[in-house]
Design a protein around this ligand. Sequence first.
Ligand SMILES: Nc1ncnc2c1ncn2[C@@H]1O[C@H](COP(=O)(O)OP(=O)(O)O)[C@@H](O)[C@H]1O
Length: 289
Amino acid sequence: MAAITRLLKPSSPSSSIYHSLLKRSGSTTTAVVSEIESQHHQRPRPNLSDPKGSRNFQWVFLGCPGVGKGTYASRLSTLLGVPHIATGDLVRAELSSSGPLSRQLAEIVNQGKLVSDEIIFNLLSKRLETGEAKGESGFILDGFPRTIRQAEILDEVTEIDLVVNLKLREDVLVEKCLGRRICSQCGKGFNVASINAKAENGRPGMSMDPLLPPSHCASKLITRADDTEEVVKARLHVYQETSKPVEDFYRDQGKLMEFDLPGGIPESWPKLLEALNLDDYEDKRSAMA
Ligand SMILES: Nc1ncnc2c1ncn2[C@@H]1O[C@H](COP(=O)(O)OP(=O)(O)O)[C@@H](O)[C@H]1O
């Protein structure tokens, strides 16, 4: 029950975020969107070191395909004790099931296109509902929202505290996507690409070591069907066209924290924690306990 209360929006005391999302995924969505459009207002930048009031962190990770949203969102979710919810994972789970949506989704995803907002809302609502039943609260969303409409609807059903926008040069993004591997057994992500991008046109050089799997995963690695060069480029194009405006949406609300990744995990992780004012989070938490 406590988990449900934490996910509640103050103005809708009897419905949790997943119920609200479910409602919004129906035919009333268009009306809701225009209603929301008239309600936009500036919000103060959240206090990064403290979740709002009594509820847990509600953060969003944005960034191009391959930037490392999954890696950093998953590490932060462990640190902060909130679930990491990646809509791409929900889509892939649905794809690998024998459910009725599976064939339809494969066609869309393998062309690098976005699946419909309705399908995403349904998958996300189900995921939040399952989590809520297990006592989860708060979240780090990865891969959602990806359209202005998704952002507006999310804004209507709950309050997002912080949006982290991860950035990396495009040539590196493509290489990273092509090097991505997933362990078919445990689901963990790795990267076999060894990146050594030269400095050019005023951009600094960048090197990243591969993120290699432990020996028990090494023989079980698979590549995502949408991580081919052609599809990655299509996804980057879709990101620029459709998802980039989501950055402006949160920038206007004063919630966007831009973060240029300086390199691989060893260089980037401590700097990200510092930027989030979380570098001594473990110490602060144990001091408060
Ligand atoms: N919020 C979303 N809206 C629409 N489609 C989505 C969304 N999240 C994931 N997808 C679909 O799942 C695919 C894989 O998503 P994801 O793993 O987040 O990819 P990426 O590595 O490109 O960021 C996307 O290309 C898209 O087809």
